[in-house]
Structure formats: C-alpha cells, structure tokens
Ligand binder design. Structure first.
Ligand SMILES: Cc1cc2nc3c(=O)[nH]c(=O)nc-3n(C[C@H](O)[C@H](O)[C@H](O)COP(=O)(O)OP(=O)(O)OC[C@H]3O[C@@H](n4cnc5c(N)ncnc54)[C@H](O)[C@@H]3O)c2cc1C
Length: 277
C-alpha cells in the first residue's frame, strides 16, 4: 500500500502503527536505486514528499533547525560553508533537488557527504514517534555500525539541529573523488571552528561509518592553530581513521589524504574569521 500523508503528525501515526513494515520514501535517490538493483520491493511505502513544510530551515535561539526533508539544493544555498559545499558536491542538480538530509543520514553510507558536514557541525538529530514523542540525540551517537543507526523501526527523523552561522567562526570542506561531478568520495573531510574556540574534524569514506576524529580534536583543543600543531594533527588523523582497500582506492592512499585534508582545512579555518559564509 502507498501512503502519502500531508502532515508530519499523520506520517508519524502511520509509522507508529506499521513500524518497520512501512518504508519511508523521501527523495528516493537511495531507495529507488536500491530497488532498481534488485532489493525487495516494500509492501508498504510511506511517501514523505507531500508532508507540509518538509523542506525548510528555521533559525531558533542560536540554532538552525533543518526539517528532515531539507534538500541538498536548499542546503547548497545556506550560509555555512562546509554544509553548502558538501551539498553542492552531491550528485547533479536533479539529485540535489530530490535528495534530503534525513535520507542521507538514514542510508548511513560511510561516504555520505551531508552526514560528514553535519558531524563537523556537531549536529543533533530529532527522532520522532507518534506516542513516545520526540528525542534529540547527538549525530555522533546516531551511526552505530556499517549502515546501522539508532533510529527505531517505528520512528522517523523529524529535524536536524546545527549551530546558526553566528556561532561559527569558520568551516571548511573538501572531497577527493575520481571526477569533478556526480562523484562518490574516496575521502572527504569537514572542519569547523566554533566561535567559542572548539575545533571539530570529520571524515567520510575512511571508516564503516561517517566519523569524527576525537583524538585529533583533543590534540588541537585550546591550541592556537600554528603550523606545528596542524602538522601533529595531520599525523594523528592518519593514525585515527580506519580506511579499507576497495575498487575505488587503496587504504594507504585514503589514509595519506586524511593527513593532507586535515592540514589543508585546518589552515583554511585558521585564516578565516567571523561569520562563516
Ligand atoms: C546519481 C546519484 C549521485 C549521488 N551522489 C551522492 C553524493 O555525491 N554524495 C552523497 O552523500 N550521496 C549521494 N547520493 C545518494 C543520495 O542522493 C543521498 O544519500 C540522499 O541524501 C538520500 O536522500 P533521499 O531523500 O533521496 O532518501 P530516500 O532514497 O528516499 O531514502 C533513503 C533512506 O532513508 C529513509 N528515510 C528517508 N527519510 C526518512 C525520515 N525522515 N525518517 C526515517 N527514514 C527516512 C528511507 O526509508 C531510506 O531507507 C547520490 C545518489 C545518486 C542516485
């Protein structure tokens, strides 16, 4: 059966009633690709594309609240450099017009570009249930293992919360791939320097899940981003990631590029000040 609710409450009601039996469909840019590749067709589909206000960004009390259906096309126009650049790097225009941030998180690909930028931004994810209500969890706690997340079978992602641009001093993003567009990353990296001095470092395609690099972050905590500390951070990052060999790249290349990107992006955020746009 095909369900197409007009409100998030109705969508949550259907999800709570049918649980894992019903498969949410947002932009379909992962789900439909899977079906075309022979994945079993779900008996029950919950089409979220008709949900009111599903693709919007609100500012509230120092945070940006992204509705689950915020598309990459919209994120590409936001004032946060690492998120806008990550969004612009996703697929081509058609994919960016359809693909949503919640779909990127739930797919939980190690290469998920939106996931990596949001990790650097220290995002929280709102998981919603019609009866139990809504709960915020840290995005760092959302990715459990390869393609496994903390989302329960009867919940939907409803929103994602990130700091508003005023809370960020500078952010940076880079994706290494085999070509300039429609490009799955061999390695991607996002770095954020917050107005309170914190610096975060996140990577994609170098572990079973999109990851933060806590030991690298600890090394630069409360430090001036001088060349020497950046060099040590680059070495630490190479040690911290867990890349694999596959048909797109060797593990050793990926590891080396984590050092290169850590160095490059930390230098970028060191030199930018003020509003991150
Ligand atoms: C040609 C092409 C190029 C691509 N390039 C990139 C790229 O460069 N970088 C990148 O990161 N990705 C890329 N992708 C993957 C894809 O576009 C993203 O992962 C996208 O964000 C998925 O969002 P969606 O709305 O299309 O999700 P869907 O395909 O609709 O759903 C994906 C998963 O999320 C679940 N889901 C969706 N919304 C919710 C919700 N609110 N609550 C709970 N579960 C939910 C679905 O049930 C499904 O399991 C590409 C895809 C294609 C086809």
């Amino acid at each position: 059966m095909f369900h197409r609710p007009a409100t998030l409450d109705d969508a949550l009601g259907i999800k709570a009633r049918l649980g894992a039996e019903v498969t949410p469909l947002a932009g379909g840019t992962d789900l439909i690709v899977g079906l075309n590749r022979g994945q079993a067709c779900p008996e029950e589909v919950l089409d979220l594309s008709g949900v009111a206000d599903y693709d919007r960004i609100d500012e509230d009390n120092g945070y940006l609240l992204l509705s689950a259906g915020t598309t990459f096309a919209r994120l590409a126009r936001c004032d946060i450099a690492c998120l806008a650049q990550a969004a612009l790097s996703v697929g081509g225009p058609q994919i960016r017009n359809r693909g949503t941030i919640a779909g990127n998180l739930v797919t939980a690909s190690p290469a998920g570009d939106g996931s990596v930028a949001l990790l650097a931004l220290d995002a929280d994810v709102e998981l919603a249930h019609a009866v139990r209500g809504r709960r915020w969890i840290k995005l760092t706690d959302f990715f459990l293992s390869y393609r496994q997340t903390a989302l329960a079978g009867d919940e939907l992602i409803s929103r994602v919360r990130i700091p508003a641009p005023g809370s960020l001093a500078a952010t940076a993003w880079y994706k290494i791939g085999k070509r300039g567009a429609v490009n799955i990353s061999l390695v991607c990296c996002a770095v954020a320097r917050f107005a309170d001095g914190r610096v975060t470092v996140a990577f994609g395609s170098v572990a079973p899940v999109p990851m933060r690099a806590p030991r690298t972050e600890l090394l630069i905590k409360d430090q001036e981003l001088a060349d020497e500390i950046i060099e040590r951070a680059a070495v630490q990052a190479m040690d911290e990631v867990q890349p694999i060999d596959d048909w797109r790249s060797s593990a050793s290349y990926r590891r080396a590029m984590c050092g290169v990107l850590t160095r490059r992006l930390l230098r970028q955020v060191r030199h930018r000040d003020g509003r991150d746009s």
